[in-house]
Design a binder for this molecule. Structure first.
Ligand code: TYM
Length: 336
């Protein structure tokens, strides 16, 4: 059986970018394929302690799972929900993969370069972070990993590490699909990158300083609507999809399409020939606020106990699968 796998860090609250880039696609794929594929949804809590942590991690872990259910995730015996730190094989696989990774390839990771730029002291965790991500994926022979575009480079690294290990030791890991096939599997033409509302040339990020840059899933719907209304646009004066010259307007079209589960092309056609940016903003503001109020209402109806019960079953499953894969590599390395 094939496996779809994804995770979202919970070191701070989640943004609309996390939701539209990874969480919602995962829910849609899970509902489509969970009768024939394993669906692994895990909380990378060990990744979440890299960098500053300004929240209660355990609380956010539970909340993040509630978002999947609130977004319509259907559960069955193939849907597995677990926390990374409750499956010790992740940490051990990280160490084994470290010995197969090079400083050079990790130094080339954009996320590392961005996060370490200009800093005197950089955590080892920030540097080694993509190797832990590779461990998360390879332990479960995952084929499809729905993530936003910012994580594609880490997926490529994961594929390289898997191929390198297999070349050395035989058939240890399943190689995840190429990123272009991941994008197709997600039903998109290109990777999703929701933009910062104030500086639309950047991705929407939890760490953006200005509150107006980002929509948090906990934002009051009317606050989120205001942020959309004040989003940076351009002086071109035409509503069209052109991420290079009109990233702000293109971002709004993208958000409108993803939230309403419409093909981007349809939304682009609806607005073709229109010139009034205010009308587009009003429409997107109304979509975003309706979406947030539904989501928040759904979240409030889910109990913590339900999530802990899912963890209990999911972690028993995950430990079993992960331990077997770990043993395979331990044997190849003559540790066992
Ligand atoms: P993280 O926690 O930074 O983000 C979680 C997911 O949200 C996506 N995302 C976005 N997508 C579109 N537009 C945006 N502005 C945007 N911001 C974030 C990310 O691409 C990601 O899919 N390393 C991962 C977590 C992780 C993981 C894994 C994912 C750890 N192990 C194994 C998949 C498989 C991360 O830091 O994502």
């Amino acid at each position: 059986m094939k496996t779809i796998l994804t995770g979202l860090r919970v070191g701070s609250e989640l943004t609309l970018g996390n939701f539209l880039g990874a969480l919602l696609p995962m829910v849609r794929l899970a509902n489509k394929y969970s009768s024939e594929m394993n669906v692994n949804i895990f909380v990378p809590d060990l990744h979440s302690i890299v960098g500053p942590v300004d929240v209660d991690l355990r609380k956010n872990t539970v909340l993040s799972l509630k978002y999947y259910l609130a977004a319509g995730l259907k559960l069955n015996q193939n849907v597995h929900i677990y926390r990374q730190s409750y499956v010790p094989a992740h940490s051990e696989m990280l160490w084994l993969l470290n010995s197969l990774s090079t400083m050079g390839e990790l130094s080339r990771m954009t996320q590392f370069k961005e996060k370490s730029a200009g800093k005197k002291s950089v955590d080892v965790g920030i540097f080694d972070y993509p190797v832990l991500m590779a461990a998360d994926i390879l332990l479960y022979d995952a084929n499809y990993i729905p993530v936003g575009e910012d994580q594609f480079q880490h997926l490529e690294l994961t594929r390289n590490l898997a191929m390198r290990t297999n070349n050395k030791f035989g058939d240890i890991f399943t190689i995840p699909e190429k990123t272009e096939d991941q994008v197709k599997f997600m039903g998109n033409k290109e990777g999703v990158r929701i933009r910062d509302l104030v500086n639309p040339e950047k991705k929407m990020s939890k760490s953006a300083r200005s509150e107006n840059s980002k929509i948090m899933l906990t934002d009051k719907p009317e606050v989120a609507a205001k942020k959309i209304m004040s989003a940076t646009t351009d002086s071109v004066g035409k509503i069209q999809y052109d991420m290079f010259n009109q990233p702000g307007i293109s971002n709004l079209l993208q958000i409108e399409a993803l939230i309403n589960d419409k093909p981007l092309q349809d939304v682009i056609s609806t607005w073709a020939g229109e010139t009034r940016y205010g009308d587009l903003k009003k429409q997107v503001a109304s979509s975003v606020s309706a979406f947030l109020s539904d989501l928040q209402e759904n979240v409030a109806a889910i109990s913590d106990d339900m999530i802990y019960e899912l963890f209990e079953v999911g972690e028993a499953y995950a430990n079993d699968i992960a331990d077997k894969k770990l043993l395979k590599l331990q044997k190849a390395l003559k540790l066992r």
